[in-house]
Design a protein. Structure first.
Ligand code: FES
Ligand SMILES: [Fe+2]
Length: 446
């Protein structure tokens, strides 16, 4: 549990809040490059409680401006994106990607008033097909974190997004919690092949059986320079243990262990839209080859942690992230089917992500952590909260940004999953496997 004060401190992300200030020292991924075209319509964006407008100018640069025009506050969403700038539709003031007012056609031509205007504009960078924004105070901004998928060819990765109507912390906590997979994501009868359609990926005979047999993984955590490395071990029979290694990378990135021979891998970011909304932006990638058609198809057409299946999406809208909003919600009980719950799956909820989102939203938009009762299986969550709170307090008291913001290569790591003799240390045994090595992609149990 947390005190009321610490819960507030951890969850609130608006300007001036301690965690909001902390998060502004990290780069935030928010759009895929294909979502924003040169001289095309601007897009509404909301990050850390700030309403912003993104556009790509005639030279291909992405701008991210305060939504409200510096003149009299009209939304720049209605603006004209033309000739290297975004022009407010009300009186024609025009801004470039740096927030300079480059034209003020409703003032006399000899006026220098426009030179005095500096509209809020946040720097953006593109890497690995993703547009990143920096909302912090540092000029120049710190380097982008360096993730393995950024160095791969476009055909080796596939990205997707999903909006969730809850605070970002409780959404992210679901991703570092290996203990829930024995329950909410499980099938009642492992031999029931028809139920495989309720999940992503193919059959995982061994891992599913291990999760069914041992429902109380033993957790161990190691604090690292990038965040927290989490081991969750389950009895696998014959004196062996199945260890799944989840990485939490400051402040909101996660990577869970892969499955199978020469596996695809996943990375995601849980980016706060505001205090009561988050989106998860995820990339599936293969370190050594292009993704196969069925791997792309699974990402594009089936549900997963960060994928909404196409028929379960809301119609595309111009609201922030309006392409990535789901239909299943608390109001429709996430389309839970009680008959399926009685006979086939633990939850009766078909969308994979919704099996997580239903319990997470049911906690309330910001869960009251003063009322929790945390057990041994919550060790990872406790450790990550502590890390975030310590960083936010350090920032609040001393104004110092965490060192990882200046160490992009500490993000160059992998998650893992492996079978080991019970006495062996998972952290030592996975040391080489957790390194990013070109052309090397260790296999994992499935
Ligand atoms: S409000 Fe934007 S130009 Fe007047
Ligand atoms: Fe889950």
């Amino acid at each position: 549990m947390l005190s009321r004060e610490d819960n507030e401190l951890l969850c609130r992300v608006g300007p001036g809040t301690p965690t909001g200030t902390l998060l502004r020292h990290y780069w935030l991924p928010f759009l895929f490059d294909w979502e924003i075209e040169a001289d095309a319509e601007p897009q509404r964006v909301r990050l850390l409680g700030e309403d912003l407008i993104a556009f790509r100018d005639s030279l291909g640069r992405v701008g991210l401006l305060d939504d409200h025009c510096a003149h009299r506050g009209a939304s720049l969403f209605f603006g004209r994106n033309e000739e290297c700038g975004l022009r407010c539709v009300y009186h024609g003031w025009k801004y470039d990607v740096d927030g300079r007012c480059v034209d003020m056609p409703n003032e006399p031509p000899e006026s220098t008033f426009k030179d005095k205007i500096r509209h809020t504009a946040y720097p953006c960078l593109e890497r690995g097909g993703v547009v990143w924004a920096y909302l912090g105070p540092q000029t120049p901004p710190p380097p982008l974190p360096h993730f393995e998928w950024m160095d791969l060819l476009p055909e080796q990765r596939y990205g997707s997004k999903r909006v969730q109507y809850s605070n970002w912390v409780q959404a992210m906590e679901g991703d570092i919690d290996q203990s829930h997979v024995s329950f909410v994501h499980s099938r009642l009868n492992l031999d029931d092949e028809t139920e495989l359609r309720f999940r992503t990926g193919g059959p995982r005979r061994l891992v599913d059986q291990i999760r069914k047999n041992d429902t109380h993984p033993h957790f161990e955590v190691v604090e690292t320079d990038y965040g927290v490395c989490i081991g969750a071990g389950r009895e696998a029979g014959d004196g062996a243990r199945y260890w799944r290694i989840t990485q939490h990378l400051m402040p909101f990135h996660t990577m869970t262990g892969p499955y199978g021979e020469n596996p695809t891998r996943g990375w995601r970011a849980w980016v706060p839209v505001d205090d009561e909304q988050v989106f998860v932006l995820g990339i599936t990638f293969h370190p050594t080859r292009p993704l196969a058609d069925d791997e792309v198809d699974r990402q594009a057409n089936r549900s997963g942690v960060w994928n909404i299946s196409p028929e379960m999406r809301m119609p595309v809208s111009s609201q922030p992230y309006g392409r990535w909003r789901p239909r299943p919600s608390l109001e429709n009980d996430f389309f839970q089917d009680r008959q399926v719950q009685r006979t086939k799956t633990y939850s009766g909820i078909s969308e994979f992500w919704a099996q997580d989102a239903a319990p997470q939203l049911s906690m309330g938009a910001i869960t009251d952590r003063t009322r929790e009762h945390l057990g041994t299986s919550d060790l990872a969550i406790i450790t990550v909260r502590r890390r975030l709170l310590a960083a936010a307090k350090q920032m609040q008291e001393h104004g110092t940004a965490p060192p990882e913001t200046e160490r992009p290569d500490c993000y160059l790591i992998r998650s893992d999953a492996l079978l080991l003799p019970a006495a062996q240390s998972w952290f030592a045994a996975s040391e080489e496997r957790r390194k990013v090595m070109a052309g090397v992609n260790p296999s994992c149990p499935a």
